[in-house]
Design a protein around this ligand. Structure first.
Ligand code: ADP
Ligand code: MG
Length: 243
């Protein structure tokens, strides 16, 4: 196995607040890691550090064998290989679906229009939205917009996909279609780190569940271990609250 993500002793502070306190985490190629834990535990911050949206105050982060540096070209070239999907879909409202998916391919990867559109259509088919390529985001449901956002991230041929509560902003009846796309992606072997409160998804799809609390990893293991038999105080408390 080879590690796609390797975090060693990563510390992140916001002023006096230590949000990540010497965190060690490795994610292997093809592995699906689900991150859970109470609000404020540092889950989003961890993802943001892994794709370089936040600098770190200590430790090292290596992605696909390349150490993240704090600025400059190296960070940009590494970041483009990491797909990120947020709770808010963040599509460009003034661009049609197909243009949302081709823009970075053309601007960042230098693909031709034809090449970028071919890739976009392939991905739209994969997320079940072929018929929406000419639609503007506002005409799509939240679930459809999130599937477009996933397709847009995949268009960059990422080595790693990060999801930060991708279904939290969706009406309940739209959650399933987004989780299905993520499930398919996992089955195809994509390396994924997913922050989610969808415990059924965690049980079915995660290779490993990592429970964060108080700036660190309270426990980790198979979904069965962490969700059914938590051993830490924090883990028990968090899962008891979920009911
Ligand atoms: P989670 O995603 O687990 O809910 P976050 O990573 O968003 O947690 O936040 C962890 C802690 O860091 C929280 O206390 C939050 O208020 C704080 N925090 C996050 N981002 C910032 C920021 N840009 N500036 C100051 N504090 C922040
Ligand atoms: Mg968060």
């Amino acid at each position: 196995m080879s590690a796609i993500v390797s975090m060693q002793q990563v510390t992140k502070r916001f002023g006096p607040l230590t949000v990540l306190d010497a965190v060690d985490l490795e994610v292997q190629q093809g592995e699906v890691v689900v991150l859970i834990g109470p609000s404020g535990a540092g889950k989003s911050t961890l993802l943001r550090c892994v794709n370089g949206l936040e600098g770190i105050d200590g430790g090292t982060i290596t992605v696909d064998g390349q150490q993240l540096v704090q600025k400059g070209r190296e960070l940009n070239s590494l970041r483009r290989r990491i797909g990120m999907v947020f709770q808010q879909f963040n599509l460009f409202p003034h661009l049609r679906v197909i243009d949302n998916i081709t823009m970075a391919q053309r601007d960042v990867l230098g693909r031709s229009r034809e090449e970028a559109e071919a890739r976009a259509r392939e991905l739209l088919a994969r997320v079940g939205l072929s018929e929406k390529e000419h639609a503007y985001p506002e005409r799509l449901s939240g679930g459809q917009q999130q599937r477009v956002a996933i397709a847009r991230a995949l268009a960059m041929d990422p080595v790693l996909m990060l999801f930060d509560e991708p279904t939290s902003a969706l009406d309940p009846e739209l959650v399933g279609e987004v989780l299905q796309v993520m499930r398919d992606l996992a089955e195809e072997g994509m390396t994924m780190v997913v922050v989610t409160h969808e415990m059924r998804f965690a049980r079915q799809v995660a290779d490993r569940v990592v429970l964060m609390a108080d700036g660190g990893i309270a426990e980790q293991g198979t979904p069965e271990q962490v969700l059914e038999h938590p051993t830490s105080e924090r883990g028990r408390a968090f899962l008891a609250e979920l009911g």
